[in-house]
Each structure stands twice: as C-alpha cells, then as structure tokens.
Design a protein around this ligand. Structure first.
Ligand SMILES: Cc1ncc(COP(=O)(O)O)c(C=O)c1O
Length: 326
C-alpha cells in the first residue's frame, strides 16, 4: 500500500521526490526501506535503496533539545521542513510528504498537531500530496478511525492495513479520487489485490470499528495503561516516559532521566521476565528501548489489568536487578 500511495502521488503530480521523517517505518520492500528510518535494524546489508527520498527531523517532544521549549522545538521542525524545499528539494520536484500521525516502530511518538498542520500547509503550497501512513495508528487504534482525525488535518491519501482486516492480510490506499484515478488503467495492481476473503473480513471489521461506542474502548485502555505506569515513574526513575494515544501506548526506558540515554537492556530484561509469566511483549523505538502496548480493543478488562500488573512487576524486578544492584 505504501508503494502504491507513492505511485499514485508520483503519477498525479508528475514529480519524483518524497519527504519522510526520522524514526519512520514504512515497510521492507526496496522503496519502502528507503523511506524507513533506523538503518541498523531494517536496512543493514539490503541496499542500495531507491532514490529521491529525503528525511527530516520530526518533533519528538520527549527528546526536545536542551535549551528549547517544546513549542520552540515544534516550530523549529516546522521551519526546517519549509527550509528543506530550498535546502534539499525544489517544490516543483516534490510529489508527497509521508507521515505516520503517531510514529509506530519509531516509538509511538504522537506527532504534534501543529507540525501536522505545517505539513498540510507545505503540501498545499508546493502542490504535493499529503499521505498519512496509518498502517499501525489507524483502523480505530487510537480511539478515532484514523489517528490524524485527532488533529483536524485532512490528508490527501490514507494508507491502512493491520487492524483493517482483523487478522486477514489486506492493505488499502484511500483518498481523493483525482489522485487515485491518475494512473492509466492497469497501472496499479497485484496478484493479491482485491482478495475477496480479505475484503469481506475488512468490511466486517469496519462495521465493528464504526459501531456506536466501540472506539471509546481505546480511551479506556489508555487510562488503564496510564493509571498503572505513570505512578511508577516516581519509584522507577529509569521509566522515562509513558506516552501514546488510545490503545497505542509505550513505555520508554532510559539510563538517566536527565540525559535520557536509551536503555535497551532494561526493556529486553523486562520483556524476558514478563514472557516467563505469560505476557508476550514487543519492543519499539528508534533506540529499541521502549515496550509497546497494542491490545485488542475488545480485550476483557480483567485480562488487561492482570497483564499490566505482570509488566509492572517485571519492571520492578528488572530495576532491582539492573539499576539498584549496579
Ligand atoms: C507505519 C507502518 N507502515 C508500513 C508498515 C508495513 O510494513 P511491512 O512492509 O513490514 O509490512 C508497517 C508495519 O508495521 C507500519 O507500522
């Protein structure tokens, strides 16, 4: 779907350039590897990569540079994006800007709404296509059907997958008809495109996701995660951040809450302990020092509570073993 979104944008604009951001994950095919950040994990040994992809910083508020306020950091990143259309690529060569409204693999970083608005402005001024990659953040995950809805910004194309099929393999590019109709007939297709079984699964999933009150569960999950882990920050200072939106929450571990030096081993040890107690977790983050939670929206509350307490216990035990013992 990411490949196709870029094809639509290039065919529509007649331009080659794509702007993406630090920490982005857009996939593992050759073009999407070029668009993906985090070279060591996702790209090592697999190059050369596709050209005409330009990467810029994104305002990750947890890592606001010292001496700047969060607002100054957001504004600087916005200025840098505008400046990139002089420094890196001419507006007349820019096909699209691709952003995950909540950056997924990169560490569940909610992109500040002001920055999303700036992307919209820059796309409008340049005549480029704004693409929201909602493969991880979309399909109800954050409590709205699409995470970008929280900001009020309307992108030109939305890319979705994962929860869209509730387990069946399907991905989609949805958006403005004049962009999607730009390619010639037969220009976009694939062996598995329009698979009937996957389409039926996605239609049923969308019915459930859009049924009244269903997405409220995401807010409830966010509250439960915050209530479990935010109080733990005082007790476990290496738990640097608890962040995310809805049922897309992350814990970030650092060696020192002031320097914010990432602590990968802490996340890994916690995961090993929790998995021995029946809770399987997955890491995240540009520095692989985060643990992410993406529970099913219909997870029974007592099951989620039990799992979160197992994780909290594993964090305490890891802290005693690695930090207090050190
Ligand atoms: C934001 C985002 N884009 C794209 C993808 C698709 O990646 P892949 O090529 O691994 O299926 C993912 C998968 O995790 C994702 O999270």
């Amino acid at each position: 779907a990411v490949e196709n979104a870029v094809k639509f944008a290039r065919r529509y604009t007649g331009r080659p350039g794509i702007i993406v951001f630090e920490g982005a994950y857009h996939g593992r095919t050759n073009l999407t590897m070029a668009m993906t950040s985090k070279w060591g994990l996702f790209k090592k040994g697999f190059g050369p990569f596709a050209p005409e992809v330009y990467r810029l910083p994104v305002p990750n508020l947890y890592r606001t540079p010292e001496g700047m306020t969060e607002e100054e950091w957001v504004d600087w990143c916005g200025w840098n994006l505008e400046n990139a259309l002089t420094a890196h690529i001419d507006p007349s060569a820019l096909a699209a800007i691709v952003i995950e409204p909540v950056i997924g693999e990169g560490g569940f970083i909610p992109v500040p709404h002001k920055f999303l608005r700036k992307i919209r402005e820059v796309c409008d001024a340049a005549g480029a296509v704004m693409i929201a990659d909602e493969i991880q953040s979309g399909s109800g995950r954050t409590g709205r059907l699409w995470a970008i809805e929280h900001s009020g910004v309307v992108p030109d194309l939305i890319i979705s997958a994962k929860s869209l099929g509730a387990g069946m393999p399907i991905s989609a590019v949805t958006g403005r008809a004049e962009i999607l109709d730009a390619p010639h007939v037969g220009g976009v297709g694939s062996t598995y495109g329009g698979n009937p079984l996957a389409c039926v699964a996605a239609l049923e999933a969308l019915k459930i996701l859009t049924s009244p009150g269903f997405l409220d569960k995401a807010q409830h999950i966010e509250r439960m995660v915050r209530e479990t882990f935010e109080p733990l920050k005082a007790e476990i200072p290496v738990l640097g951040d608890v962040r995310g939106v809805g049922a897309m929450m992350v814990l970030e571990f650092v060696k020192d809450p002031k320097t914010k030096e990432p602590w990968q081993e802490f996340a890994m040890e916690t995961i090993k302990l929790a998995s021995r107690r029946g809770v399987i977790l997955i890491r995240a983050g540009l520095y692989t020092n985060c643990i992410r939670f993406l529970p099913a929206l219909d997870i029974p509350e007592d099951m989620l509570r039990e799992a979160l307490l197992v994780v909290a216990g594993a964090i305490r035990e890891t802290y005693r073993a690695l930090a207090v013992g050190a």
